[in-house]
Unconditional design. Structure first.
Length: 299
């Protein structure tokens, strides 16, 4: 994945990009196969075989970087750097067009990859008759990936998220790489609750930095709370799938995570062989964006 016009240099020379920004999401699907899918031994065998391909190595390298560099101080610095929203002002539609300047290097025929994923997610939610704000959440949930276009390395944009400032769950993918994180040498950060208190609520917890937190902070004034939880925690698999952060969550988080769990299958499994046609759907989505969002957003 590179920005189409003038590619920004990676923030660090050690950043080895995934060939495709969606590689890590495909990897999540491999980790959490669709529960309702009937077992298909041939396909499953292929999935296992793919697990050991070079694509898997780039995912592994991606997580090595992510786990090594996402320290508590790094997260606070990124929050200071990006949450002043002084980079660009765009209409919601301009933001989608901007996101879609991210193209997939490995597939020159598809340069609407970002749109495809967002529209397939939102259309699957709409087809199931969910409220319109849920549909809108499907449409926008990955808009924060425009961080890549601001020159951020992929390990600081996508991937599973996790709390910083406290002990890492063994349920986080590739937990062994946390040994490379300087925070693992800070005793204060290595108790179960670390700098937080038991059941303090996730709003008091700093999450590893990426597109989830960034977009949540942009959308905070405009969307219903379940939508905000879906956006903010959709990559927090150690909590919404593995339920391994109950000690930090309060009762309200637990209730809201039912929504995060309701959203997750649409994010992971809504890839259809017939991608929705943007031109046909555009009027519906323009109305939906106008219903909830202001005419311009600050990024
Ligand atoms: Fe995402
Ligand atoms: Fe997504």
């Amino acid at each position: 994945m590179t920005p189409k016009p003038t590619p920004s240099p990676p923030a660090e020379s050690t950043d080895r990009p995934l060939a495709n920004l969606e590689d890590w999401e495909q990897f999540v699907v491999t980790r959490y196969p669709y529960a309702d899918r009937p077992a298909d031994p041939a396909k499953d065998k292929d999935a296992y075989r793919n697990y050991d391909t070079p694509a898997r190595d780039t995912v592994r390298e991606f997580y090595r970087q992510n786990h090594a560099h996402q320290t508590y101080d790094f997260v606070l610095a990124k929050e200071r750097e990006f949450l002043s929203f002084d980079r660009r002002t765009m209409t919601p539609w301009e933001a989608f067009d901007y996101l879609n300047t991210l193209v997939d290097d490995s597939d020159p025929d598809i340069d609407l990859a970002q749109w495809d994923h967002l529209l397939q997610t939102s259309e699957a939610i709409r087809a199931d008759g969910h409220p319109d704000w849920f549909v809108l959440t499907g449409l926008i949930h990955d808009l924060g990936k425009i961080l890549c276009l601001f020159g951020e390395p992929q390990w600081a944009v996508v991937g599973d998220t996790f709390p910083v400032g406290c002990r890492y769950s063994e349920k986080i993918v590739y937990p062994e790489f946390f040994a490379l994180n300087p925070d693992s040498q800070v005793p204060e950060y290595q108790t179960p609750c670390g700098i937080y208190s038991q059941h303090c609520g996730l709003d008091n917890v700093h999450m590893s930095w990426g597109h989830d937190e960034y977009l949540y902070q942009i959308m905070k004034p405009y969307l219903p709370e379940p939508a905000l939880y879906m956006i903010r925690y959709h990559s927090f698999y150690a909590a919404h799938r593995e339920r391994d952060y109950d000690h930090l969550m309060n009762d309200h988080d637990q209730a809201m995570f039912d929504w995060v769990r309701a959203f997750n299958p649409y994010d992971l499994y809504s890839k259809s062989p017939q991608p929705p046609r943007l031109s046909e759907l555009r009027p519906y989505y323009e109305d939906l964006l106008a219903k909830y969002l202001p005419s311009t957003l600050r990024f």
